[in-house]
Design a protein around this ligand. Structure first.
Ligand code: HEC
Length: 187
C-alpha cells in the first residue's frame, strides 16, 4: 500500500515538474510581452527626451530618479503584470536582479558575445507563472548617462548622477552592449 501511495506521489511530482507551455501559448505571451515593452519603452524615452529639451541632463536625471519605477508600476497596473528593468550593472539598487534574472542576464551577455539571436524568452517560474524576458541594448542616445565618464558622460552629468546614486554601476557602456533586461511576470 505504502508503495502505491509513494508511486502515486512520485508521478504527481513528475507530472507537475514537466508542466510546460505549448508553443502557441509561449508565442502569445511573447507577443504580449513585446507589446508591453514597446509601450513602456516609448513612454519612458519620450518623457526623457522632452525633459532633456526642457532642462537638460539635470532635469532628465531627476525625471528618471522620480518617475522610472513609478511609470513601470503604472503600466504594470493597467496591464495586470509586473514589469521590472534590471541589469548586471545597476544604477538604482532597487533594480538589482534576482537569481533567475541573473541567469538570464548572463545568457544574453554570452549570446551577444557570440552574435547569437536575442529573442525574448518565455519561461514558467517556480510557482508555474509565465515570465517574459527581453534584452535592453545600449543606443547612442543612452551614452550621455550610461557611457564612459571621460568620453560621453560630462563632469556635470556625472556629479548629478552620483548625487542621486552614490553606488551607481551603470556607466562605461558602448553602443550595442547589453544594458539590461525587461523582466515581466504574468499572473
Ligand atoms: C538623462 C540620463 C539617462 C539617459 C539618457 C538614459 N538613462 Fe537609463 N537610467 C538613468 C537613471 C537616472 C536611471 C535610474 C532610474 C531609477 O532610479 O530607477 C536609469 C536606469 C536605467 C535602467 C534600469 C536598471 C538600473 O541600472 O537601475 C535601464 C535598463 C536603463 N536605464 C537603460 C537605459 C537605456 C537603454 C537608455 C537609452 C535608450 C537610457 N537608459 C538612457 C538615466 C538615464
Amino acid at each position: 500500500m505504502i508503495r502505491y501511495v509513494f508511486l502515486l506521489l512520485l508521478s504527481i511530482v513528475l507530472y507537475s515538474c514537466s508542466k510546460k507551455l505549448t508553443k502557441k501559448e509561449a508565442g502569445l505571451f511573447k507577443e504580449r510581452g513585446n507589446l508591453i515593452v514597446q509601450k513602456t519603452a516609448k513612454e519612458l524615452s519620450g518623457n526623457l527626451m522632452s525633459k532633456m529639451k526642457e532642462g537638460g541632463i539635470p532635469l532628465a536625471v531627476e525625471y528618471c530618479n522620480t518617475a522610472a519605477i513609478p511609470l513601470t508600476s503604472k503600466v504594470s497596473e493597467t496591464e495586470k503584470v509586473t514589469i521590472k528593468r534590471t541589469s548586471l550593472k545597476t544604477r538604482n539598487p532597487l533594480n538589482k536582479p534576482n537569481e533567475e534574472e541573473l541567469k538570464v542576464l548572463k545568457k544574453y551577455s554570452s549570446r551577444i558575445n557570440k552574435n547569437a539571436s536575442l529573442e525574448a524568452i518565455i519561461e514558467l517560474d517556480e510557482s508555474g507563472k509565465p515570465h517574459y524576458y527581453a534584452p535592453i541594448l545600449v543606443e547612442k542616445k543612452c551614452l550621455m548617462c550610461h557611457g564612459s565618464l571621460d568620453k560621453e558622460v560630462s563632469k556635470q552629468a556625472d556629479s548629478i548622477i552620483k548625487s542621486f546614486y552614490p553606488n551607481d554601476l551603470a556607466t562605461g557602456f558602448s553602443e550595442g552592449d547589453l544594458r539590461g533586461i525587461w523582466s515581466i511576470s504574468f499572473p
